[in-house]
Design a protein around this ligand. Structure first.
Ligand SMILES: Cc1cc2nc3c(=O)[nH]c(=O)nc-3n(C[C@H](O)[C@H](O)[C@H](O)COP(=O)(O)OP(=O)(O)OC[C@H]3O[C@@H](n4cnc5c(N)ncnc54)[C@H](O)[C@@H]3O)c2cc1C
Length: 274
């Protein structure tokens, strides 16, 4: 196993509802909390029973926040199926088997002045971790957060508390801008064209990431995407999470890359969207 990655049974500090179908899980895992960087993820066995065989596979979740002093890290998940239903029932004091920190991290391109975070649904949490880091390093940070409807809105308070200028969009207009998050950004860019030194960081559903990548291309902005593909082993062995890579980023050996090891963060223009 790669240096720096640990597998630990980690104590659940809390597991609480934060929005409809969305929960925030806090785990005590000092090594992971200390080592993890924004963009990385953990792979978790979603049941506390050590000998349970269902659900068999771990599930991947992005790191939302880490507090190395307390030895904890947090993630936010939406209940969508077997693994996340099982996770919802976990209570403080129980232990979960956690593998991490895994994958690549967001990076700062040379000349960066302003970062625009573009998050959709459960793609929002890793951008908060990154936004906080960028703020600490004195970059200008704006966030555009998109959800289907206001009941699904997550993390907006945390972004605002971190003094990140936050714009909310909902598909149904129940809060903030009515429409897709990319439309809200486009509207702002038409009023205030982005200045050199602006970069986009994108995480969310595939159609949103594809649209945000096109937007970055149209405005000639560098962009990074964090992909949340379905995943099997998360250790680079099963090839269950490969994506096609385009242009100068692809070589004969690198036409397909693994989200779990070469990702989840990729240059946006490198990804062949389907
Ligand atoms: C690097 C990475 C980071 C992630 N971070 C987060 C996070 O921070 N918070 C979060 O809530 N989720 C995150 N996900 C997605 C999360 O891993 C899946 O939602 C979870 O594995 C679903 O498990 P389940 O057993 O509950 O659902 P399953 O029973 O496996 O599936 C239920 C339904 O969800 C669909 N589904 C499952 N996984 C995905 C996926 N990856 N993309 C699209 N549809 C899927 C299935 O097709 C099915 O319709 C991340 C995924 C990756 C790869």
């Amino acid at each position: 196993m790669e240096m720096g990655i640990v597998q630990r049974r980690s104590r659940v500090v809390s597991n609480r509802a934060i929005a409809r179908d969305h929960f925030q899980l806090s785990l005590y895992a000092p090594e992971i909390s200390k080592k993890t960087r924004p963009g990385q993820f953990v792979h978790i066995r979603c049941t506390p029973e050590q000998d349970a065989t269902f659900p068999l596979l771990r599930r991947p979740f992005s790191i939302y926040d880490a507090d190395p002093k307390r030895g904890t890290f947090d993630l936010i998940y939406k209940v969508v199926g077997t693994g996340t239903e099982s996770l919802r029932d976990v209570v403080a004091g129980q232990e979960l088997d956690v593998l991490g920190p895994l994958g690549t991290q967001f990076t700062v391109p040379s000349g960066l002045k302003r970062a625009i975070l573009v998050g959709g649904g459960v793609g929002i949490p890793p951008l908060y971790f990154w936004g906080k880091d960028l703020k600490r390093r004195k970059f200008i940070v704006d966030a555009f957060l998109g959800v289907q409807t206001k009941d699904y809105l997550i993390c907006a308070d945390a972004f605002q508390k971190a003094k990140i200028t936050t714009h909310i969009s909902t598909d149904d207009g129940s809060v903030g801008f009515r429409g897709f998050v990319t439309e809200a950004i486009e509207q702002q860019f038409r009023r205030h064209p982005p200045t050199p030194g602006t970069a986009l960081y994108i995480c969310g559903p595939t159609p949103m990431m594809k649209a945000a990548t096109k937007l970055a291309e149209r405005w000639s902005l560098p962009a990074q995407v964090s992909l949340e593909e379905r995943m099997g082993c998360a250790m680079g062995v099963c090839m269950g999470c490969i994506v096609e890579i385009a242009g100068p980023h692809a070589t004969a050996h690198k036409k397909y890359q693994r989200v779990c090891t070469e990702g989840p963060v990729f240059p946006a223009e490198a990804v062949v969207w389907r």
